[in-house]
Design a protein around this ligand. Structure first.
Ligand code: FES
Length: 123
């Protein structure tokens, strides 16, 4: 059984992203529970590919969930908590992360990029 997926979030115009240059985006994720509407600040790493397709990474390291950043000089993602290093495709280069970076779903509509996290799988 699967809980309902989270809503799509608009993270900006596709042409603001340059191919091969990962960009962190921050966005508000809207939630509705009955009459109560709330929003929470989320972020993601967007990588535009040479063919203009996109890959969107969960901003939490797959080791223990620390936020990581893109290092333009080495062209790698670096997690400072335990020196986890990933390449631009999310593959682990070194350190303790047990798997590649997790990805968010994404879609392009009317020149804008939308992302969403998948709901946790249950059962
Ligand atoms: S949390 Fe990223 S390397 Fe440990």
């Amino acid at each position: 059984m699967k809980k309902e997926d989270k809503p799509w979030a608009d993270v900006g115009a596709t042409d603001q992203f340059k191919a091969g240059e990962p960009a962190r985006v921050d966005y508000l994720e809207e939630h509705r529970d009955g009459w109560i509407e709330t929003s929470s600040l989320r972020s993601a790493w967007v990588v535009r590919q040479a063919d203009s397709s996109f890959v969107v990474f969960n901003p939490k390291c797959t080791h223990l969930g620390c936020p990581y950043s893109w290092e333009p000089d080495t062209r790698q993602f670096l997690c400072p908590c335990h020196t986890g290093i990933f390449d631009i495709t999310g593959k682990v280069i070194s350190g303790p992360p047990p798997r590649p970076l997790d990805r968010f779903q994404h879609k392009v509509e009317d020149g804008r990029l939308f992302v969403r996290e998948e709901a946790p799988r249950v059962g």
